[in-house]
Design a protein around this ligand. Sequence first.
Ligand SMILES: *Cc1c(COP(=O)(O)O)cnc(C)c1O
Length: 217
Amino acid sequence: MSLADITARIHAAEQKAGRPQGATELIAISKVQPLERVEAVLTEGHRIFGENKVQEAAGKWPELQDRFGACKLHLVGPLQSNKTRQAMELFQVIHTVDRPKLARAIARIADETGSCPDLFIQVNTGEEDQKAGVSPADVDGFVSECLALNLPVIGLMCIPPVDEEPNLHFALLAKFAERNGLAGLSMGMSGDFERAIALGATHVRVGSAIFGERTTG
Ligand SMILES: *Cc1c(COP(=O)(O)O)cnc(C)c1O
């Protein structure tokens, strides 16, 4: 699929849900894609991208932005505390705040530098052992903790279990966000972004549907 096709599908889903066009931000997830595919999407004019590893992004995006101009970069993969500073320099949005230690590290660096990316708190809606994110029972407490640190939390993010109906997880995430007064919902990937938009996604993270299948990662 091309970028234009995906954008058209997003607009159709927004319309069907009675939401304004442009209510959903399309994050093109460029992790492990060959550079020429990323360059092609940049050439088409897209400027919002996501990566799941700090190291990989650091090796690719400074040079791409030199050539194509500034992009809005989203970190959608797990963040190790020792890479917090580097991530905060490189990304405008971090979707994977998931523990007090990381929240405190971000707050400390934000105090020192006077700037902080927008943040999503990742919720492990499926309570999967192998998946990052705060458990549903801890969401409200962790949101309060982050807000008490003056962190710019704009919403919640989830990655539903692969073998479950994603709608249940999207609806749950929307409920948690509403209850906490958060407007942002980062949910929906290549296989389910239209369903996520129907349930209120403000940010969809679409990789393979734009760039083609990944060979690794
Ligand atoms: C890779 C990835 C995506 C994109 O997945 P696709 O199925 O290729 O659209 C979205 N979100 C996260 C967190 C990812 O790691």
